[in-house]
Ligand binder design. Structure first.
Ligand code: EPS
Length: 367
C-alpha cells in the first residue's frame, strides 16, 4: 500500500513534485456544511511560502489554491475536497549538474535505493514543496476545530541553531519572519542568518506547537494514541529528526513527584504530560515540539558518489533555505490540526453518546 495518505476518518492524500506542473491534495471525510472559499487558504500558505524574506529560499510561487471538488455554493458537501496549486517558478537547470549525484544528508540516495529512479528536479517528491499541501489541508482542519470545538492551534520557532527565546509574547510570533516569540532577539537572528547564508552553511531548528481548547477524551488507545499520531504526523514532515510531547526527553531526568501533574478541584497544577495521558487528551493544552535537521543542499562541496559509484564532490547551486525550520511553524500547526480533527471525528463516532463526564477539572491554573 502506498503511503501518501494519512488519517482514518479524515484522510489526506498529497501528490505532486516540486518541479512538476502542480501539487495537490485530496481531503476526504470533512463533514458537510463547513463554509470554505479558495481565498481562505492564502494566509497560512503565505506564512509558509518561500521568497518572503532573505532568510528563506528565493523561489517565488503564488501558492494559489484551486478547489476542484467537495465544495458547492461555498460549503463543503461531505465529498472529497480536492485542492490544486500550480507550480510556476521551477528552475530545473539548477539541478542538471547534480542529477546523477547524491547530496549527502539528502533523500536523493534513499529514494534511488528504493525506487531505482528519481525525479532530481528540485528534489521531486522529497522536496519541502510537498508541505504546501499539508498546510492547505490544515486550513480546513483548523477552521473546523475552531468553529466546531473552539480549538486553536498555534506554533512558534523555539530554537534556531544554538539560540533559544529569552522571552515569550504571542504577538511577537507573527510579527517577524522567524515566528520568534521574543521581538528583542530578532536582530540577533537576522545577523546570525546573514552570516550563515554568507558562509554557505545551514543550520537546524526546533518548532513548538500547541493546541488550546481540546476537550478531554480525544485520542484512542492503544495504537491510535493521540501523542503517537501527533509524533508520527510531525515526524513525517521533511527534515524532522526528533519529536517531543510535553516534557519529552527531559522526563528521563525527572522524578515521578516532579513529572506528575497534580490535580485539584481547581485544575491541573502543571502540564509536564503535554495534555495527554494514556494517549487521550486530558483537556489541558496539547504541547508538542519537533526538531528539523540542517538543510542538506549546500554550495559547500561535500564528498559523495554518483550513480555509477564514482567519488565526486557535490556542490548544490540554486535557491535553498539555510534553515528549513524558519518556515516550518505553519506546517507543524497543520499536521497537529489534521491529527486533532481526525481524532475528534473518531471520538464522535465511538463515544459521541458518552457526553461530559464528571468531574471535569480545568487545565493548568495559570493557563
Ligand atoms: C527545496 C528546494 C528549493 C525550495 C523548495 C524546497 O526548491 P527549488 O530548488 O526547486 O527552488 O524553494 O521549497 C519550495 C519550493 C516550497 O514551496 O517550500 C528542497 O530541496 O526541499
Amino acid at each position: 500500500m502506498s503511503a501518501n495518505s494519512f488519517g482514518k476518518l479524515l484522510t489526506v492524500t498529497t501528490f505532486g513534485e516540486s518541479h512538476g506542473p502542480a501539487i495537490g491534495c485530496v481531503v476526504d471525510g470533512c463533514p458537510p456544511g463547513l463554509a470554505l472559499a479558495a481565498d481562505e487558504f492564502a494566509h497560512d500558505l503565505q506564512r509558509r511560502a518561500t521568497g518572503k524574506s532573505r532568510h528563506t529560499s528565493a523561489r517565488r510561487e503564488a501558492d494559489e489554491v484551486e478547489i476542484l471538488s467537495g465544495v458547492y455554493e461555498g460549503r463543503t458537501t461531505g465529498t472529497p475536497i480536492a485542492l490544486l496549486i500550480r507550480n510556476i517558478d521551477q528552475r530545473s537547470k539548477d539541478y542538471s549538474a547534480i542529477a546523477a549525484q547524491f547530496r549527502p544528508g539528502h533523500a536523493d540516495y534513499s529514494y534511488w535505493q528504493k525506487y531505482g529512479i528519481r525525479d532530481p528536479r528540485g528534489g521531486g517528491r522529497s522536496s519541502a514543496r510537498e508541505t504546501t499541501m499539508r498546510v492547505a489541508a490544515g486550513v480546513i482542519a483548523k477552521k473546523w476545530l475552531r468553529e466546531r470545538h473552539g480549538v486553536s492551534v498555534r506554533g512558534w520557532l523555539s530554537q534556531l541553531g544554538g539560540i533559544t527565546p529569552r522571552g515569550f509574547d504571542w504577538s511577537a510570533v507573527e510579527a517577524n519572519p522567524f515566528f520568534w516569540p521574543d521581538a528583542a532577539q530578532v536582530p540577533e537572528l537576522e545577523a546570525y542568518m546573514d552570516a550563515l547564508r554568507k558562509s554557505g552553511d545551514s543550520v537546524g531548528a526546533r518548532v513548538h506547537v500547541v493546541a488550546d481548547g481540546v476537550p478531554p477524551g480525544w485520542g484512542e488507545p492503544i495504537y491510535g494514541k493521540l501523542d503517537g499520531e501527533i509524533a508520527a504526523a510531525l515526524m513525517s514532515i521533511n527534515a524532522v529528526k526528533g519529536v517531543e510531547i510535553g516534557d519529552g526527553f527531559a522526563s528521563a531526568a525527572q522524578k515521578g513527584t516532579e513529572h506528575r501533574d497534580l490535580i485539584t478541584p481547581d485544575g491541573f497544577q502543571s502540564n509536564h504530560a503535554g495534555g495527554i495521558l494514556g494517549g487521550i487528551a486530558t483537556g489541558q493544552q496539547i504541547v508538542a515540539s519537533m526538531v528539523l535537521k540542517p538543510t542538506s543542499s549546500l554550495r559547500l562541496p561535500g564528498a559523495t558518489v554518483d550513480v555509477d559509484g564514482q567519488p565526486v564532490d557535490v556542490i548544490t547551486t540554486g535557491r535553498h533555505d539555510p534553515c528549513v525550520g524558519i518556515r516550518a511553524t505553519p506546517i507543524a500547526e497543520a499536521m497537529l490540526a489534521l491529527v486533532l480533527m481526525d481524532q475528534a471525528l473518531r471520538h464522535r463516532a465511538q463515544c459521541g453518546d458518552v457526553g461530559d463526564v464528571a468531574p471535569r477539572v480545568p487545565g493548568r491554573l495559570d493557563g
